[in-house]
Design a protein around this ligand. Structure first.
Ligand SMILES: [Zn+2]
Length: 150
């Protein structure tokens, strides 16, 4: 195998050791992100060339197209709710936690993220503009990035 194929094979084996056969699926640009999630760290893409942060992670900066200055950086995950909805019809895997509240969050780093809102008591008090925090918690047997109201 060539070097690039060996790297891909190594990443696939490490991913299976961490996550098993199930999702999340990964690519060259998201492998390190999912490894960080497994370790309880929520990270954003960061470009050293133009100092922008972005999500989801990728191998090319969406702002300046640099391909050799991208890495992942930790974030406090603090932001505000810009939109939300409650899903009553969900996939089989999510039925144990239905209904699921999906929130669109603008982080302080000017990054917009769509994820789940946890906290049954929070569902009645959520509003556009509510302060929240995105972090990593175990949900349905695996670490996932989720939001909670502050
Ligand atoms: Zn950039």
């Amino acid at each position: 195998m060539r070097a690039r194929e060996l790297q891909a094979h190594d990443r696939y084996q490490r991913h299976q050791e961490t996550w098993g056969d199930g999702p999340p699926y990964f690519s060259e640009g998201t492998f390190d992100f999912w490894q960080n999630i497994a370790q309880g760290r929520f990270t954003l893409g960061h470009c050293a060339a133009c100092d922008s942060r972005y999500f989801p992670p990728r191998v090319i900066c969406p702002s300046c197209w640099s391909a050799d200055a991208v890495d992942l950086v930790d974030t406090p995950g603090v932001g505000t709710v810009v939109s939300y909805t409650e899903l009553h019809t969900v996939s089989t895997a999510l039925r144990p936690i239905a209904p699921v509240v999906m929130v669109c969050v603008d982080l302080a780093e000017k990054v917009r993220i769509l994820t789940w809102l946890l906290g049954d008591d929070d569902r009645g008090s959520i509003a556009v503009g509510s302060p929240c925090r995105i972090g990593v918690e175990e949900v349905l047997g695996a670490n996932r990035f989720v939001a909670r109201l502050l």
